[in-house]
Ligand binder design. Sequence first.
Ligand SMILES: [Zn+2]
Length: 255
Amino acid sequence: MILTYILTLILGACVGSFLNVLIYRTPNNLSIVKPASHCPNCKTNLRWCDNIPVFSWLFLGGKCRYCKTPISPRYIMVELLNTILWLLSVLLFWKISPLVSIMFALACSVLIVITFIDFEHKWIPDRFQIALLVLGIVLTIFDPITSYLDHILGFVVGAGVLGMFYGLGWLIYKKEALGIGDIKLMAVCGLILGWKCTLVALFVGAIVGAISCLIIRAVKKEEDVEYAFAPYLALGTIFAMFFGNQIISLYFSMF
Ligand SMILES: [Zn+2]
């Protein structure tokens, strides 16, 4: 089991490093394989030793080795985040079902990419939702923990609840309160989670989202800020993946 954890650590960090490439290149329509990793400022190609996840960033003090331009802390954040979530996924689910554990780990990676792209660009490229859809379909068919009906209902609940808010936004404010991309995202997250955990995800996402909206408003003092919702939906989904079932049993044990 120790070996599984060590492998997860290494693999999680390497995949995290690749996620940075996706976050930087896909919204700008750049190829993800060419050119090789290089410094965006001085264009120097990076050597293998500049490309070791987490450690290179720390060792170089967050600066390019060649031109000393600061490298965004986003790089190490994404690598660490992905490593932690992969490890958590293996710790919590490997013994119950390695398949669920792998699917959840991959879903976390896709959600990390979506979060960072949506924060910066306020939209989500469809391919990432399609990736989540594929993971959701695999879980619907093979998940030994949650029934296939639960998964399909999760899709309906995710799309339905956000679709309802979308409709209300049109009725009350005559504008889009959230994007179609958010509805698609919550539908596929719902498929991954099953309907009960989808409710947990929406609840957590809404609370954290509302609190951060208030903070952003207080700091920026502007009325018309464009909010990104996907990061909160992603956060809620990741939370519900790992702790949703515990929260649900806790809730029902109170009656
Ligand atoms: Zn440089």
